[in-house]
Design a binder for this molecule. Structure first.
Ligand code: PMP
Length: 416
């Protein structure tokens, strides 16, 4: 095969849906912030499996725990049985995440994907309130199953009679007083829209184009939903587990959601793990009401506990603080380069929005230029007009700077 020749991959893509066209190469190994291809090329990874690899590829601490567990004949599949790996993971989650934040949640294992955690959250909200409706936001991404797709915006099959979409706090069409709008909707039910069971929100919208909600907006949303007896579901599947700088993207706002969904980087190693956190009084499930054979992956428990240990380490915090500042500085440089480019972000994610500076075709060219020079970035936004920059939280300064330099060059090279 000719390296970089997309046509080589076309026959493969007709058989299975792959990323062949976007990244025409066969990857075979990865370590830290780097992906390696069979043809010898090395790529810096600013995509991280859509937020699944916050600790990088094959993190050595997590890997050691996994290989020890395998060597000791650890249980690989336990369904709902109580296992040592599950006990250890739950203890870590309580000790590292929930207790320090005084969060009193029951943990429901879902999965194996985030979609199923969303599905469980929606079903539970309906059962607990006896109502059906759900409010979701324009730009939201919550999954691809019938329930989660219904609250995902702008895809084929999105929406349903039970779902009302409302503009997010901010978006490609500017800011909107969605709190005022919801207040009116919940108060004046003569519109025919019944009081919903829940509002589902990403506190930091990722697939929608990297739109961080303000603390004030989230606090107002919590106050409003509490006052009307509507449950608040925070989907932290992509922005959670530290990407936003805090473990939960919602915690800066000082709010306590009724239900939280977590997945992606929860296992810290790319292994499938998804949970729904629910306030104890909402635990109205009957036994066996939301089950699944592969929820509770034992290897993911082992990796997840090891990842939470990393999260607590001081050196991790220091590295994160420096890296996220570097990312912010880069964002400021991009705005200087071209004021028409909008830059948004929080913690270790940056959205470079070229919507009014070349649009989606330019974003695609930026992505391709990056790939050709050894950097993987993904696009997001309503029309894929936003370059999403999501390095591992543990990235070393040299690779981080090199990746940002490649991105800078791609932006310069694609300017009109
Ligand atoms: N919610 C959010 C915020 C997501 O980003 C995603 C995945 N992109 C999902 C839910 C669905 O997760 P999964 O693909 O693991 O089913």
């Amino acid at each position: 095969p000719i390296v970089g020749d997309v046509s080589v991959f076309e026959s493969t893509e007709s058989q299975v849906r792959l990323y062949c066209r976007t990244f025409p190469v066969v990857f075979d190994r990865a370590r830290g912030a780097e992906l390696y291809a069979e043809d010898g090329r090395v790529f810096i990874d600013f995509f991280c499996g859509a937020g699944t690899l916050n600790y990088g590829h094959n993190n050595p601490h997590v890997k050691r725990r996994l290989t020890d567990y395998l060597a000791a004949d650890g249980i690989m599949h336990g369904l709902d049985m109580y296992t040592a790996a599950k006990r250890e993971f739950l203890a870590c989650l309580r000790e590292v995440v929930l207790a320090p934040r005084e969060l009193d949640y029951r943990v429901q294992f879902c999965g194996p994907t985030g979609t199923d955690a969303v599905e469980a959250a929606l079903r539970l909200a309906r059962k607990a309130t006896g109502r059906r409706g759900v409010v979701s936001f324009a730009g939201a991404y919550h999954g691809m199953s019938l329930g989660s797709l219904a609250v995902t915006s702008g895809r084929r099959g999105s929406g349903s009679a039970d779902v009302t979409f409302v503009p997010y706090e901010d978006g490609p069409h500017g800011r909107f007083d969605s709190i005022g709008y919801l207040e009116r909707m919940f108060t004046d039910l003569s519109s025919g829209v019944d009081l919903p069971a829940a509002v589902i929100v990403e506190p930091l919208q990722m697939e929608g184009g990297v739109y961080p909600a303000s603390r004030e907006w989230l606090a107002a949303l919590r106050e409003l939903t509490l006052r009307h007896g509507v449950l608040l579901i925070c989907d932290e599947i992509q922005a959670g587990c530290g990407r936003a700088g805090t473990f939960f993207a919602f915690e800066d706002a000082g709010i306590v959601p009724d239900i939280v969904t977590l997945s992606k980087s929860l296992s810290g190693y790319g292994l499938p793990l998804a949970v729904t956190l629910l306030r104890p009084e909402l635990d109205v499930w009957s036994p066996g009401e939301h089950t699944g054979t592969f929820r509770g992956n034992q290897l993911a428990f082992v990796a997840g506990a090891a990842a939470l240990e990393l999260w607590q380490r001081t050196e991790f915090r220091t590295c994160f603080a420096v890296a996220s500042q570097r990312l912010r500085r880069f964002g400021a440089e991009v705005t200087l380069l071209d004021p028409a480019i909008a830059v948004r972000g929080r913690g270790m994610v940056l959205g470079i929005d070229v919507g009014t500076a070349g649009g989606a075709p330019r974003a695609k060219r930026v992505q391709r230029h990056c790939f050709d020079h050894g950097l993987i970035v993904e696009l997001c936004g309503r029309d894929d007009e936003v370059v999403k920059v999501m390095p591992p939280l543990t990235i070393d300064p040299a690779r981080h700077e090199r990746g940002l330099e490649l991105l800078h060059r791609a932006l310069v090279a694609t300017a009109e």
